[in-house]
Ligand binder design. Structure first.
Ligand code: AMP
Ligand code: GLY
Length: 422
């Protein structure tokens, strides 16, 4: 089968790497891809939300399945677009339609969905300019710190955690005044959950689901989880505290009510669901839903899958996922993100990357790179994800740090304490 993968980051490189190993793959196209995905298939220079151009490619190359990496095209309705084209409505799309993508594209929708379906999450209230005057009372009812979330997509930057109630009110006001653009025209204010985070993933065909390996992501730029939020600085899988008892609670209290809720609300969901969870004294709470795989979580989750991922995607398209199982490697995986100096603020790009050829054991997933006249250069904040596997996550991590020693580019930075809290 011919497959088109949408996206350009290390998550997509990990997906492309895995799909390229499938015995049922004929041709793999990636739009727009990066120098890493170019080693797994054919990159096509089309932006992720140019649906007419994507549709043209699908027609021209007889593509059977479109796998959507990032959230933006899903929130913009790529699945709806294909459904509405008479000659393309048979093409499989891995990723929900616009109504399902609201789990990620509207935090207010996600909270209401969780309340309707009895899914444990932080206590919250949603504000707009119409009820802004009630925000003070709600904030007074909470124990600090206060969690303020812009309702819409804000590239992972729309969440503020504030200690002072007056500052919280001021920040809410600034969100209404466009601090995060239109994403902040509604603001979710919620209780702060004290615990340790992890990411849990499923693949669903709308009827049944398969649980994928869980992972732990490190979002802050600085060691000890300090400084600004980033897209993610490293990850490990499995997560030691996610034992069978905890995962059983996640299934019963969160995953199954989510699948049943989608069904009962007539949201036909085919794709990944990423549950951002907080483990509060052994009980899981949903911090957020994402309607895609995580990045850098994919760089540790995908390498642990022993099952043919394309065969699973085919089963999703045909709604036969209940006949399938996932085999997961007993080995652990760890990934270290190499980033440009200054990230997640301003940074320079265009520096040559050297040393990848010296890596003998491990996977190098490209995030922000570009190839110019044969030379690989930096081309983004997050540049490369270095993944290693071994018998335990500590051994895998040590190997990933070995890999990091071999790679060089001007201003290269990475966190040296991934896994410090496990
Ligand atoms: P989100 O974009 O919803 O994942 O939020 C970004 C980060 O803010 C999360 O990864 C958490 O570290 C933190 N966060 C969000 N909501 C809460 C909450 N209710 N309690 C504690 N931390 C939170
Ligand atoms: N690593 C977090 C995310 O992909 O949203």
């Amino acid at each position: 089968m011919n497959v088109l993968l949408i996206g350009a980051g290390a998550r997509e490189h990990a997906l492309a790497w895995k799909l390229a190993r499938s015995p049922i793959l004929q041709k793999l196209y990636i739009a727009p891809g990066n120098p890493g995905t170019a080693e797994c298939g054919i990159n096509v220079d089309i932006p992720v939300s140019n649906f007419p151009a994507i549709a043209q490619l699908v027609r021209k190359e007889s593509i059977h399945l479109v796998v959507v990496g990032p959230e933006e095209p899903l929130a913009n309705g790529i699945r709806d677009f294909f459904r509405d084209q008479d000659d393309l409505d048979w093409v499989g799309v891995i990723g929900p339609d616009r109504s399902g993508a609201r789990l990620e594209s509207s935090k207010d929708f996600a909270k209401q969905f969780m309340i309707r379906n009895g899914i444990p999450t932080a206590h919250h209230q949603t504000f707009t300019t119409a009820n802004e005057h009630e925000a003070g009372d709600f904030i007074q009812s909470l124990t600090p710190p206060y969690v303020l979330k812009a309702d819409g997509l804000a590239a992972g930057k729309g969440v503020l955690i504030v200690e002072d109630p007056d500052q919280a009110l001021m920040e809410i006001h600034q969100m209404f005044n466009g601090k995060f653009g239109v994403a902040g025209s509604k603001v979710v204010v919620e209780e702060f959950l004290q615990g340790i985070e992890l990411s849990v993933f499923i693949l669903t065909d709308g009827e049944s689901y398969l649980l994928l390996p869980e992972a732990k992501d490190y979002k802050r730029i600085g060691e000890g989880d300090t400084g600004s939020n980033t897209g993610g600085m490293g990850a490990v899988s499995p997560v030691p505290f996610a034992d069978a008892t905890f995962i059983e609670k996640v299934k019963q209290r969160i995953i199954e009510p989510t699948i049943n809720g989608l069904k009962s609300e007539q949201i036909d969901y085919q794709g990944f669901i990423f549950f951002g969870l907080m483990n509060v004294n052994g009980d899981p709470y949903v911090i957020e839903y994402n309607v895609r795989m995580g990045d850098p979580e994919s760089e540790v989750v995908i390498p642990r899958l022993e099952t043919d991922l394309l065969d699973l995607f085919k089963a999703v398209k045909e709604r036969r996922l209940k006949d399938k199982a996932v085999e997961i490697s007993q080995e652990a995986a760890a990934t270290i993100m190499l980033v440009s100096q200054g990230y997640p603020g301003t940074y320079e790009k265009g520096f040559p990357i050297n040393g990848i050829g010296h890596i003998e054991d491990g996977l190098v997933f490209h995030a922000g790179t570009i190839r110019k006249d044969g030379q690989l250069m930096t081309n983004g904040g997050r540049v490369l994800a270095l993944t290693a596997m071994d018998h335990s996550w500590t051994l895998a991590l040590a190997k990933a740090y070995e890999m990091a020693r071999l790679v060089k580019f001007h201003g290269m930075y990475h966190r040296k304490d991934i896994g410090f809290d496990l």
